[in-house]
Design a protein around this ligand. Sequence first.
Ligand code: ADP
Ligand code: ASP
Ligand code: MG
Length: 409
Amino acid sequence: MALIVQKYGGTSVANPERIRNVARRVARYKAMGHQVVVVVSAMSGETNRLISLAKEIMPDPDPRELDVMVSTGEQVTIGMTALALMELGIKAKSYTGTQVKILTDDAFSKARILDIDQHNLKKDLDDGYVCVVAGFQGVDANGNITTLGRGGSDTTGVALAAALKADECQIYTDVDGVYTTDPRVVPEARRLDKITFEEMLELASQGSKVLQIRSVEFAGKYKVKLRVLSSFEEEGDGTLITFEENEENMEDPIISGIAFNRDEAKITVAGVPDKPGIAYQILGPVADANIDVDMIIQNVGADGTTDFTFTVHKNEMNKALTILRDKVQGHIQAREVTGDDKIAKVSVVGVGMRSHVGIASQMFRTLAEEGINIQMISTSEIKIAVVIEEKYMELAVRVLHKAFGLENA
Ligand code: ADP
Ligand code: ASP
Ligand code: MG
């Protein structure tokens, strides 16, 4: 007997028939003698619908109330899934985040899980129930409902698997595993049987939405056996996230995947005096407002001033611009503060990069041949990321996928 956590995403619970399909799969696992915890997302499109409703009332919705609203999507699907299981004669019980007590901090809309009370779940599992838990939501120390950021049900699934010491966490979605890049953008993309944890973390952090980055972080920290599979297919092993890296050999691909991200915006603070403390004076107030910063570059001009550029989430661009214009620009005597949300980030990822030189130049040459201008670059041992104009994003992903031989590796 094993304890398995199965997470089903929005398209997998999009309507009653698909929810019945989920229940049938869960029933098969129960019939094999396993204990099953099911985590579900809201029906596809529902979270977007709820966010739009909130914005109709208040354009920049109060974060606490927004979380109260968007968390309802998952409350519907847990009830439906429990009902579908009961209809198959299986004992099932639904749980909201609050009912489990998935304790988070109070950062509404991007809360972090601090602790999971497994007492009730364990008892129900031992009594033969399937526990159906709402993804994406938690509760803070004061009893406020919180949500974990878009795609957060993945994190609920992996965090529950970690807390319950599950034998495996299965992420069921609308593709049959992790591909060399998003198969919706590059139809020639190839499914990977396995991918190292380190690569998956990098792909997720660079924008591959197949797994939310925090779910991969949890899997790494607690060594959760994590697999991505299709909820529409009966067969198939999907993609396993592995913790062992093979001895590197010549056969291994240098690049494993390509990720892209359209969710970032670029902010430039232009014409600032080139002197110590500038980076801190610009980014300090941004960090104080709990705005995450991703890429950062600073160029020194010939006239002794510099341009300081960084990226933030698109949703937070206006907030960051207001802070910089109101609190920083005058103070540091910057010429201007501008924002650009028509950008995209494209990254190539692979542990094989460590032992190979020339990957960056191959990437830059490939983009140059298409006339794509690179605005920012950042690198790590296993990744090269560039910021380009948004309209070239799909083209860039396709030509890089081909240039690195990913379709037929
Ligand atoms: P769910 O609702 O099940 O959580 P998501 O839409 O969040 O599903 O994630 C699955 C989607 O991730 C796929 O439909 C695919 O378009 C996208 N995706 C992006 N990068 C990849 C990749 N490298 N491999 C597989 N899918 C990817
Ligand atoms: N329903 C949430 C979202 O759309 C959480 C999830 O699907 O993982 O982001
Ligand atoms: Mg998702």
